[in-house]
Write a protein that binds this ligand. Sequence first.
Ligand code: LMR
Length: 395
Amino acid sequence: MFESIERLPDDPILGLSAACKLDPNPDKVDVTIGVYMDESGLTPVFEAVQRAQQMITEEEVSKVYMPPVGDADFNRGMQDLLLGAANPALVDSRVACIQTPGGCGALRLGAELIKAANPAARVWLSDPTWTNHIPLLGSVGLEIKSYRYYGAASHAVDFDGMMADLAQVQAGDVVLLHGCCHNPCGADLSQQQWLAVAELAQRNGFTPFVDFAYQGLGDGLEEDAFGVRQLVHSVPEVIVAASCSKNLGLYRERTGAVVFIAADGERAEAIQSQATVAARRIYSMPPAHGALLAGRVLTDAALGQLWREELLQMCNRINDLRTLLVDRLSAASGRDFGFIQQQRGMFSFLGISPGQVEELRQKHSVYMLGSSRINVAGINQHNVDYFAEALARVL
Ligand code: LMR
């Protein structure tokens, strides 16, 4: 049966991260995969999560299945976090929330529902976008289109290009937007730009699908939710795919949620039933551990407060690293990298060629994606000068 099966190339992100782990050079720098690293290069467990884990371990008496819709506390906590507890969509009970295996599971379930509701829907992705968006959304059989987003010369959002492309999107189509901390470019929409996108969605009748994997790592939990909440305010139907990998550090626990904001309560119930049946078809029910931890942190006042403080520290440190990086890169190379400071979240493009990226890897053991996307959170006080000097050498 498998004679004709061919080996596929490594994943563009996971493959490089694995290659870096095997590199024996003690000076190697890993800015490949989007995980937060502290000054010692460790991806820490939040203190609030550790405390929740202790409580849950003491209380747990069974490992019986989760319901397909997931944990009720988790789902409630996630909806409040994403939309704000007083959001009229929640008050009017027109929101369906399903716990998923990570943000990928949320994107996939969202795509399943789009396919079920409108098989002819085209899904518009930003150019560039996260490399896994195309297989995740395309594999359910939806047509994928792209809209202009990042101007390589300006190192900023090409908003005129974006709006010109989105003006062509038809009613019934879906536009995937990055809620904050754009992956891979780090260039986010301003509040004014979000208002304009929401107004266009309302006028043209397309459905926004927001990938919201980095809430709290741009400017703060509430600030980062501006775009999502504006869309929910302006447009009757919105889909949000959320992840607890980064902002709760639950990467390996595969903890996420897909949230559908529907026109009314009856539609929300119908969507929820479709999504749970789709989940049953693909993986039956979600994993428990991460959602129990996140649910506890999100719904316990003291743990929630501790987590918010820890997350804010993480967010501030990433933004400080952006400043540090700009200083050191500019000093070492004589070039202006000031754009990195304007961007948010874990990622930015350095704007160097694939050949220079390769040279950095081969000669200096500095690992970044071929597009020159770096994970700013992989930089620290110990490796920043080595990184800057290596970059200056290949420029
Ligand atoms: C990334 O973009 O590096 C992260 O979202 C991790 C992943 O799964 O690709």
